[in-house]
Write a protein that binds this ligand. Structure first.
Ligand code: S3P
Length: 449
């Protein structure tokens, strides 16, 4: 599913206080993994709360193309359950056409890992944003495991074809950057290798793949390694059994109404079922350090993933320093943190942001441009971003979204409290991760038109 339609511009105006209670959509990372592991398991997997955004729907389509049965069932209240009948580890079939992952790096890279462990060949493609993103970081370990890759362009960019390994080798791999996508691709390929596949990361990245593999019956261990790292060891060739998966609400999507409520005077909102896995909550830690009122209650868990209700009230924020080692636990949240920082009093310095350059867009440059065009002083120094908060944002700018859902949502959040309205050139890509963002924010009191 690749966007080809007309751009959909939108303007956010200063809103009244935001109030209400909402559940943001299911976590994107967990949704991709539930579909992929369901497709590699024997028997039926039933997923509730799946994110029905374009990125995840593309992964569902890829699972069908690789031979799994994937079906959406709606109940009379409009809620849905997704049923996946898997093909078993290493059981994928060669797809008839190229797999199109649209805008999604996660779907594409995780499925590359799963395909690399099967004796089939598949071509991977995506939209202009995904075609510009680096794939070598994934292909290098998969080639060590025995996969072969043919790419039409330089530097391992899409479109490219992966010929999976007939006899995959278990490897010990140290990831060159803290990336859950690299780790997960190696582990998914390692499912079909005999013996133990080990991944060592020097900074721990999100561990949803490990938790879900365990939930599906794999033998996998995770130990601390060094100061902030992990050593993950997976025993290959397990029989994965279909399982029930409840997808909690996505903290990366919750980030947008949270920051909007913090900066829009008098706001008081509640977000339910928000996943609070500590490897994802760096933004909440940072916002609290800035003085944010975010109260957590009713903590519970499912399949190793904790979730809680969050009450967020408008708060006076102050600038802080965000250490580089926090980056993996909030890598998708710096854009909206930069918005919060602009409304804070004082300087916020965010360190170690090099990975932001290779996301759906160059998020370091795009975030700085989003702030500057709305009258905020911001500096990029090497891999750090420094935002001068002055307690208010002039606004009045037109923000270029660069095919990036999170830039569009961050800019609209900024417009909820800026002096003059903020316009974005295209909101179409919001559908990749948060299809109901505009009506949900409207329901809380945001003024988008
Ligand atoms: C994701 C990992 C992160 C993140 C992405 C989702 C995942 O990417 O930015 O949105 O689900 O594994 P990296 O692994 O490249 O840091």
């Amino acid at each position: 599913m690749t966007h080809s339609g007309q751009p959909k511009p939108l303007e956010a105006r200063k809103s009244q206080s935001l109030t209400g209670r909402v559940r943001v959509p299911g976590d994107k990372s967990i949704s991709h993994r539930a579909l992929i592991l369901g497709a590699l398991a024997v028997g039926q997997t039933r997923i509730t709360g799946l994110l029905e955004g374009e990125d995840v729907l593309n992964t569902a389509g890829a699972m069908r193309a690789l031979g799994a049965e994937v079906e959406r069932q709606a109940d009379k209240n409009g809620a849905s359950a997704w049923l996946v009948r898997g093909v078993g580890t290493a059981g994928f079939a060669t797809p008839e056409a190229p797999l199109d992952f649209g805008n999604s790096g996660t779907g594409c890279r995780l499925v590359m890992g799963a395909v690399a462990g099967c004796s089939i060949s598949a071509t991977f493609d995506g939209d202009a944003s995904l075609r510009s993103r680096p794939m070598r970081r994934i292909l290098d370990p998969l080639e060590l495991m025995g996969a072969r890759v043919t790419a039409q362009s330089e530097g391992g960019r899409l479109p490219l074809t992966v010929q999976g390994a007939r006899d995959p080798l278990p490897i010990l791999y140290r990831t060159p950057v803290a990336s859950a996508q690299i780790k997960s691709a190696v582990l998914l390929a390692g499912l079909s290798a005999p013996g133990v596949t080990t991944v060592i990361e020097s900074e721990a990245s999100r561990d949803h793949t490990e938790l879900m593999l365990k939930h599906f019956g794999a033998q996998i261990t995770s130990q601390h390694e060094g100061r902030h790292g992990r050593r993950i060891a997976l025993t290959g060739q397990p029989e994965l059994h279909g399982a029930d998966v409840v997808v909690p609400a996505d903290p990366s999507s919750a980030a947008f109404p949270i920051v909007a409520a913090l900066i829009a005077e008098g706001s008081d909102i509640v977000l339910t079922d928000v996943m609070t896995n500590p490897l994802r909550t760096g933004l909440f830690t940072t916002l609290r350090e800035m003085g944010a009122s975010i109260e957590e209650s009713g903590v519970r868990g499912d399949a190793g993933e904790p979730m809680a209700q969050l009450r967020v009230r408008a708060s006076k924020l102050r600038g802080v320093e965000v250490p580089a080692e926090r980056a993996p636990s909030m890598i998708d949240e710096y854009l909206v943190l930069a918005v919060a920082a602009a409304f804070a009093e004082g300087t916020t310095t965010m360190r170690g942001l090099q990975e932001l350059r290779v996301k759906e867009s160059d998020r370091l440059e795009a975030t700085a441009a989003m702030l500057r065009v709305n009258g905020v002083r911001v500096e990029i120094s090497g891999d750090d971003m420094i935002v001068e908060g002055r307690g208010h944002v002039p606004g009045g700018g037109l923000v270029a979204t660069h095919m990036d859902h999170r830039i569009a949502m961050s800019a609209l959040v900024m417009g909820c409290a800026s002096d003059a309205p903020v316009r974005v050139d295209d909101t179409a890509f919001i559908a990749t991760s948060f299809p109901d963002f505009i009506p949900m924010m409207g329901g809380l009191g945001a003024d988008f038109a």
